[in-house]
Design a protein around this ligand. Structure first.
Ligand SMILES: [Zn+2]
Length: 310
């Protein structure tokens, strides 16, 4: 269990690292708007420190020209981490969305890819049951697409977690020993959820899904995807959120149509981050619906993919 070590890391870093201390204390005053859709809510968080991530240039030229901020040699000297199985390092994220927000980079500078690292994601979720672990694909919100990393935030912060438990939105599609496959309905986002305790089956089903999805997006470095995973009562709950687009048209619009919203796992998990106050004030229910529609698949569009998994 890494929980104690992570708690110690947090207390130590908040004492010795001024930037982290400041940003976590500011998070306590963060403003949030709540939008009620028929049976679920979406939150909008005004978080100016997230501008780095929302506005990040992730084209290969910009990435190639900057020192990688996830490589140990380039990290701030105050930043310390907890070693995870000599493969990953658990770090306090100094620009938090969650009251406990971690970044977990690989020790090696290697591309952000999930296929061969999905099993690692499951291990990590199991090792830190107080956290929800998430993955942003290289074209789906990762601000370091050249350095493999996961993130984690305190359990239950994203509405998607509770919405799944309430059982209102997801329908059980198939089940076999140790694994269930669920599909979401009436949620504005096409999502497939895997649940179970059989790690091998989960990995196999994920690989089937990934391979099927790769055929739909053959020109991408990997099919566009965000993943949100939690582990409790000895089983994993894994939300797979396939993507159509990195950023919605609002991001590129000029003038009053511009909204700096760059959706990643947390946004699609139900907490939209607006780094600019004007966007926080101006965003409407309609905008949220429209943003989801542009960047996610519609529920019925996932039917073909499901045939690949089952
Ligand atoms: Zn790196």
């Amino acid at each position: 269990m890494y929980s104690d070590q992570i708690n110690e890391l947090f207390s130590a870093q908040l004492k010795e690292w001024k930037l982290a201390r400041l940003n976590y204390s500011q998070l306590e005053k963060v403003r949030t708007r709540r939008f009620s859709f028929s049976t679920f809510e979406v939150l909008v968080q005004y978080n100016p420190e997230r501008i780095r991530s929302s506005a990040a240039k992730v084209d290969s030229k910009s990435i190639g020209e900057r020192p990688c901020f996830l490589c140990a040699k380039n990290r701030p000297h105050e930043q310390r981490g907890v070693n995870y199985e000599n493969r990953l390092t658990i770090l306090v994220n100094p620009f938090p969305i969650f009251s406990r927000h971690l970044t977990v980079p690989a020790d090696l500078h290697t591309d952000q890819r999930i296929k061969s690292n999905f099993d690692t994601m499951l291990s990590l979720a199991e090792a830190m049951p107080l956290y929800t672990v998430f993955y942003n694909g290289p074209q789906c919100g990762a601000s370091a697409p050249d350095h493999l990393h996961f993130q984690a935030g305190n359990l239950g912060f994203m509405p998607i977690e509770d919405d799944f438990r309430k059982g209102r939105h997801a329908t059980l599609l198939a089940s076999e020993q140790g694994i269930e496959i669920w599909i979401w309905k009436d949620y504005l986002r096409g999502i497939i959820t895997l649940k179970g305790n059989n790690r091998k089956s989960l990995v196999r089903v994920f690989e089937n899904f990934f391979n099927g999805f790769s055929k739909i997006q053959p020109d991408r470095p990997e099919p566009m995807l965000n993943i949100i995973t939690g582990y409790s009562t000895k089983e994993w709950i894994i939300h797979l959120i396939p993507r159509k687009q990195h950023r919605p048209s609002h991001f590129f619009a000029t003038g009053s149509d511009h909204l700096m919203v760059s959706p990643a796992a947390v946004d699609l998990g139900g907490v939209i981050i607006t780094p600019r106050e004007e966007d926080f004030k101006r965003i409407t229910q309609n905008d949220i619906e429209n943003i989801f529609q542009q960047v996610c698949f519609e529920e019925n569009e996932l039917t073909g993919l499901l045939n690949e998994i089952i």
